[in-house]
Design a protein around this ligand. Structure first.
Ligand code: GDP
Length: 286
């Protein structure tokens, strides 16, 4: 993931998506089910304007199902169909086409009433880096399409990938940038692995994650590290850091002198979080 976060790059990314909008019938907006708003580009409505759109909540296999349902309702209230999916295992793939057809039904009906045979629905996948765009394209295509659009400097002609007979996808997804000026958004993105650890301080990210885990998933958290986690004052940083140190001790994250290396402990916690070791969890609620 080599994305540079300069206004110039953002403007270019936006232009590229706007160019592609002319070619397609519907946008597939891919979000991370664990952090739908934080993984969303804040200018998306402005960029897509009134282009028909479906929201896919990817990595639903890692997210808390109850919270994901709340998000589906949240988007529905906003007039958007949202469908939880899991691109890596292929869960709910057949529903994507069905839902896109529903959204475009008026247009399809019009073509039919004019005696035209509706052509395949043309779609563009858009989303921030690491949200699963390539995985979804490969899954829908039923084969491995080499292109990941994240590498700058690689330009190639646009190609349509057939998804059965009724849908075609542009082979290069639209890459959006998240907005992480808001610290909490940055922490959520970092905790899920959407942005590189180097962008934010790992100890800060792990600190955020531990607070969230204690608040919402305490049992799974305590069990993972065989810790007794009683009443914790989450507003007291010392208490949270003490727990991180206890984890470090258990996991042998020590430095010379026998004290805990908090950075190593933080990496352990974040690795566990990203690989689903605390079970299915969400980091953001509507
Ligand atoms: P892109 O940058 O948007 O193209 O993202 P990728 O398709 O490269 O996916 C980023 C990472 O997320 C990869 O390690 C994928 O295996 C993983 N991934 C993608 N979709 C899913 C999913 O539905 N569930 C899980 N658990 N992992 C996924």
């Amino acid at each position: 993931m080599t994305i540079q976060w300069f206004p110039g790059h953002m403007a270019k990314a936006r232009r590229q998506i706007e160019e592609k909008l002319k070619l397609i019938d519907i946008v597939i907006e891919l979000l991370d089910a664990r952090i739908p708003l934080s993984s969303r580009n804040p200018m998306i409505d402005e960029i897509l304007r009134n282009k028909p759109r479906i929201v896919l909540l990817n990595k639903a296999d890692l997210a808390d199902p109850d919270v994901t349902n709340m998000w589906v309702k949240y988007f529905a209230d906003d007039g958007l169909q949202a469908l939880p999916i899991d691109a890596s295992s292929g869960n709910n793939m057949s529903l994507i086409l069905a839902r896109c057809k529903e959204i475009l039904q008026d247009k399809i009906d019009k073509q039919l009433s004019k005696g035209m045979t509706p052509r395949a629905i043309r779609a563009l996948i858009v989303g921030i880096p690491n949200v699963g765009k390539s995985t979804l394209i490969n899954r829908l295509a039923g084969r491995s399409i080499a292109a990941t659009g994240d590498r700058p400097g690689i330009t190639k002609s646009q190609q349509w990938i057939k998804v059965g007979k009724e849908m075609e996808l542009l082979d290069t997804p639209g890459i959006l940038w998240p907005k992480f000026e808001d610290q909490m958004v940055g922490y959520r993105l970092a905790a899920t692995g959407a942005i590189k650890d180097e962008i934010l301080n790992v100890e800060d990210v792990a600190f955020f994650a531990v607070k969230h885990l204690i608040l919402h998933y305490k049992e799974a958290f305590a069990k993972r590290y065989s810790l007794e986690v009683g009443e914790v004052d989450l507003d007291n940083p010392h208490e949270v850091v003490e727990i991180m140190e206890a984890i470090g001790k258990r996991r042998g994250c020590l430095q010379s002198g026998g004290t805990v290396n908090l950075e190593k402990a933080s990496l352990v916690i974040l690795h566990d979080l990203r690989s689903g070791k605390f079970g299915r969890l969400s980091l953001e609620k509507p």
